[in-house]
Design a protein around this ligand. Structure first.
Ligand code: M6P
Ligand code: ZN
Length: 201
């Protein structure tokens, strides 16, 4: 996610409004929309994703609203993250997920609406699920890839805050995936090993 702003840009103090009920930010510099048609390969059952597309058409999996902040040390990036409710087979709608390009940078999420989990996973496969519901914060430590997963039936809305120069690295997520995925079994979310781990392409 690259914003068109120079690293030398001087930022003046500003404030911005955003609605915790729908996550929409007033006057954002960037509004990212990720649809199922572009992300069928990220699910454990891409065939189910194709079938979903045929039956229901393209759907929005998640959105991000943000202001343009220079990607430099000392700044803070912040955005509104909206993951929509739904499932592909037994797997919940979720964000693509990423490591930070600068691995030694953390991120804080503050959930305002919905229910779900933050899947946090290190390169060696060690993982944690952070529960997300209104009023709950999840701290994603440095070196953990992270992905928001909506296990509820309304949008999962959070404010995300992370260091200015953290950056996004999708490399191994696109090629190998996460080692763990969250699916619905007997009506409940559970983490299982990703059957497609290492062969997501
Ligand atoms: C959150 C933040 C953003 C991230 C977005 C979408 O809002 O972590 O930095 O870009 O989720 O997730 P992804 O980049 O993995 O598609
Ligand atoms: Zn991040």
């Amino acid at each position: 996610m690259e914003l068109k702003i120079s690293n030398n840009t001087i930022i003046k103090p500003f404030s911005v409004g955003w609605d915790p009920a729908d996550g929409i930010m007033d006057d954002p510099d960037n509004h990212i929309e990720r649809c199922l048609s572009k992300l069928t390969d990220m699910f454990i059952d891409p065939g189910a994703a194709e079938a979903y597309l045929k039956e229901k058409g393209d759907v929005l999996l998640y959105e991000v609203y943000e202001k343009a902040i220079p990607q430099r040390d000392g700044e803070i990036q912040f955005c509104s993250s909206i993951t929509h409710p739904g499932r592909i087979g037994e797997e919940y709608f979720m964000t693509k997920g990423h490591f930070h390009a600068r691995r030694d940078t953390a991120e804080l999420y503050y959930c305002l609406r919905g229910r779900g989990y933050m899947l946090m996973e290190k390169e060696d496969g060690e993982y944690e699920l952070g529960e997300m519901y209104p009023g709950r914060s999840v701290y994603v430590p440095a070196f953990y890839a992270h992905r928001s997963i909506n296990t509820g039936d309304e949008p999962l809305i959070s404010l995300a805050v992370y260091p200015g120069d953290a950056g996004h690295d999708y490399g191994s997520i696109e090629t190998s995936g996460f080692k763990h995925v969250v699916v619905e079994r007997n009506g409940k979310p559970v983490a299982i090993e990703n059957p497609r781990y290492g062969k997501m392409e």
